[in-house]
Design a protein around this ligand. Sequence first.
Ligand SMILES: [Ca+2]
Length: 365
Amino acid sequence: MRFILTLLMLSLLAQNGAFVHALAQEPKPSPPKGLSGAAVPNPQVVTAREPKLDKELSYLVFDLGKGVELRFVKVKAKGQTFRIGSSKQEQEAVLAKYFAGNKSAQGKLDLENEHTVTLTDDYYMGQFEITRGQFRRFVEATGYQTIPELTDGGKGWDAQEQKFVGADKRFSWRDTGLDFQTDDYPVVNVAIDDARKFCEWLQRRCDGRVKIREVRLPGEAEWEFACRAGSQTRFHFGNDDDRLIEFANVADAAARDRKLASVTLPGRDGYPFSAPVGRFKPNSFGLYDMHGNVWEFCEDFYGKYSALPKERNALQTVRQGEIRPVMRGGAWHLTGADCRSANRFIVGSTGRYATGGFRVLCLTE
Ligand SMILES: [Ca+2]
């Protein structure tokens, strides 16, 4: 009788959801299950319609555990030729608009003198910047401590002074002093080696059913080809700086009101600081936030493009001369000069920023 009563109670609990909820707290088995309940590869290749583009894209999707996923979009680059960098015409326009003809700015622009490159491999590009939630999964799984945490700290917002300060031990990827930054915001306050360690961890999570050749930061040619998405204009949508706020979180009127940026655009994009990833329009490849939001590390060499071979293996990052990390895409406190497709920002090997994060690239066999 007691057994029957127990069964009855369990049945009632299951019906009202309480029992189902209790089961859901149990550790999830690995590998992940697909809709049919069968084990699916990790990562898995998925073809689906991208809602903001109304276009079918090929994705590579990693299950990072605890309900967190990491999504890549296939970039068909094999045999594709494009011009990396900026034209003289673009440089003259940027000098006139943002540097009032200041010739010292030309030296930096010289390093983006355009160069023809042919990519030799397709690749998967992270659809979004790596988020705090994705980075948290890496830290939870490995106990990893970032370079800023182990050294002199990160950059962050000092509420009393109403400005960014640091490096300061108060700040790290966990805390930038901006409490609204939830797990769907891009991770910042990481050095390039921290980003590389994330890539290594992601590669170790592959179960081998989809053959993954490499997980790493993008090279500059890979990053810029993906950003441009077929364009040769200043931005992937054209040349109009004022339209940046449609596609990117940049220094807008809200940033001007808060005195967060010296140069601002007239419109409002809704975010005075960083924004959760994927809130703006994607480019025509389905990639989000390639302009603005946070700077993105590239695994490459900061030198003149003319020193590079015209035909590059997309797998090889260029390791000639001194390797100095480069960041791309600009950030939320910047406008048209810095958020251009061609702009390059050189950083130190342990550089970390409240405005700098990363995006990951993946190569399959
Ligand atoms: Ca903004």
